[in-house]
Write a protein that binds this ligand. Structure first.
Ligand code: AHR
Length: 506
């Protein structure tokens, strides 16, 4: 083996918050209806209308949280429409997503039941764009207040006497766009006002997340941080917000109208996608730098609550439903993101892929015409990486220059890696982004000795390969023997376009 990259791994660092493996479910296309929820009359196995095959598949990912009900939908959603007897719930028009009728059959109680089935914490996005402070404040009371109060009584009348624990609370979504087209300064004031009336009841402590920037809009983040500066840290905890969010999608095409196909692409487009995905490093570093100026003690969290690939919708599907297939390319986009998340463990407290089922970079695709459910290549990356949740992020240094290639004006490093340690085990994730060439890397575990090595690989014949109901395991992980261990040195052979995880006792 001719070693082409030598990598040092230090054996201590910050904790990777398990919530960076978070998820997102919006009332958009077939994410909720047909994806998570099939209704109580369905012949697909379900509990209270919630699809059990989807629940089982997601439980295997240990998904830590689920964001709901949007997205853009959140700022048009009025929670009281989604409680009480289903046949009395009003119908609304989902103007953002396809103009379809929304019957509100999946509402607060159904979402909380879904979270309980998944073993995931709820992350609720409240309506700032078209809602009121009172409406949001009462939703918090409805969900989380015990004892006798107007909203606790209403909840009990709807069949749930005990409050639910709800920690994560979003103060609107994309306030610069679909969430109200506000200026940064105006929204920052609104976030403080809404945040003030979202109360902590009993032991329930909200973690309030302000709607943040689009991609590299650092000025937006700075406006939010300036508002917190006025309040002083202690006060912030009980009033305004605890974290700021940011959204970043991996988009390949030259214009929004031509984002490119999810499955039909050439090698040039593939590298453009990977360079766009790798940009997340620079974006998180940029927002972190702004936060560090105002909050050097890192008490304010950074939340990337929407990320993932966004391609043209699949042919013959509703353009407003954002349905796309998912190939090995998507898997590598995900693995690169996770490496970056692990490196930013000291500031990044949460991330949510958009979206979990049937929308954009999904984990699961359900067939509208049958009971079939398909696990995507992205699903397998979440599964292979789940040992990083709540592990110690280990610093990775490259002793030699890594292979790279020019992509437009950028340089794409074609080996991506991160490592963590938990419960006496090391987990190393490695991606070779090169479309055609294999690479051999040597990993020096400085001060550690590895044993009991087990490795998995996710790759495919072609980058465009994907899973379908007819061929559900074209892209699936398998045991991998391309790793050798010699005391504190691991040597890994990485085939072209492959994702490998190595787990070892340490
Ligand atoms: O995830 C799809 C949409 O993308 C969300 O509703 C919105 O927040 C973002 O623009």
């Amino acid at each position: 083996m001719i070693i082409q990259a030598v990598i040092n791994v230090d054996l201590d660092g910050p904790r990777i918050n398990r919530h960076v493996y978070g998820h997102f479910a919006e009332h958009l296309g077939r994410c909720i209806y047909g994806g998570f929820y099939v209704g109580e009359d369905s012949d697909i196995p379900h509990e209270g209308g919630i699809r059990l095959d989807v629940v089982d598949a997601l439980r295997a990912l240990d998904i830590p949280n689920l964001r709901w009900p949007g997205g853009c939908f959140a700022d048009e959603y009025h929670w009281r429409d989604g409680i009480g007897p289903k046949d009395e719930r009003p119908v609304m028009v989902n103007t953002h997503w396809g103009g379809v009728e929304e019957n509100n059959h999946f509402g607060t109680h159904e979402f909380m039941a879904l979270c309980e089935l998944l073993g995931a914490e709820p992350y609720i996005s409240g309506n700032v764009g078209s809602g009121t402070v009172r409406e949001m404040s009462e939703w918090v009371e409805y969900l989380t207040r015990a004892g006798d109060s107007p909203m606790a009584r209403l909840r009990a009348a709807n069949g749930r006497s005990e409050p639910w624990p709800v920690r994560f609370w979003g103060l609107g979504n994309e306030a610069w766009g679909c969430g109200g087209n506000m200026t940064a300064e105006h929204y920052a004031q609104e976030a403080r006002r809404y945040g003030t009336y979202c109360r902590d009841y009993g032991d329930n402590q909200l973690y309030k997340i302000a709607a943040g920037a689009n991609a590299d809009d650092y000025a937006w983040t700075e406006s939010l941080m300036k508002q917190l500066g006025h309040l002083g840290c202690q006060h912030v905890r009980s009033t305004a917000f605890h974290a700021v969010s940011v959204h970043y999608y991996t988009v390949t095409g030259p214009t929004w109208e031509e984002k490119g196909s999810a499955t039909v692409f050439d090698t040039g487009e593939y590298y453009t996608t990977m360079a766009a995905a790798a940009r997340i490093e620079q974006l998180l570093a940029g927002h972190t730098a702004v936060l560090d100026c105002y909050d050097p003690n890192k008490s304010v969290g950074l939340v990337l609550d929407e990320w993932g690939t966004w391609f043209d919708v699949a042919r013959d599907t509703n353009p407003g439903f954002l349905y796309q297939q998912n190939t090995l390319r998507d898997a590598l986009v995900a693995s690169v993101h996770f490496d970056v998340f692990h490196r930013h463990a000291d500031r990044l407290v949460m991330a949510n892929i958009a979206q979990t089922v049937n929308v954009l970079q999904a984990m699961i695709l359900t067939d509208p015409d049958s009971k079939a459910m398909v696990l995507t290549p992205t699903y397998h990356v979440f599964r292979m990486n789940r040992g990083h949740q709540d592990a110690t992020s280990l610093r990775v240094d490259f002793r030699t220059a890594l292979p790279s290639r020019p992509v437009g004006d950028a340089t794409l490093t074609t080996v991506s890696m991160s490592a963590s340690r938990k419960d006496g085990r090391l987990l190393v994730s490695l991606s070779n982004l090169d479309a055609t060439s294999a690479v051999d890397v040597e990993i020096d575990l400085r001060g550690g000795t590895a044993g009991d090595v087990a490795a998995l690989i996710l790759t495919a014949v072609a980058l465009q390969d994907h899973n379908t109901p007819q061929a559900p395991a074209v892209v699936a992980p398998r045991a991998y023997d391309g790793v050798t261990v010699d005391g504190g040195t691991l040597r890994v052979h990485l085939p072209a376009h492959a994702f490998v995880t190595v787990s070892a006792g340490l």
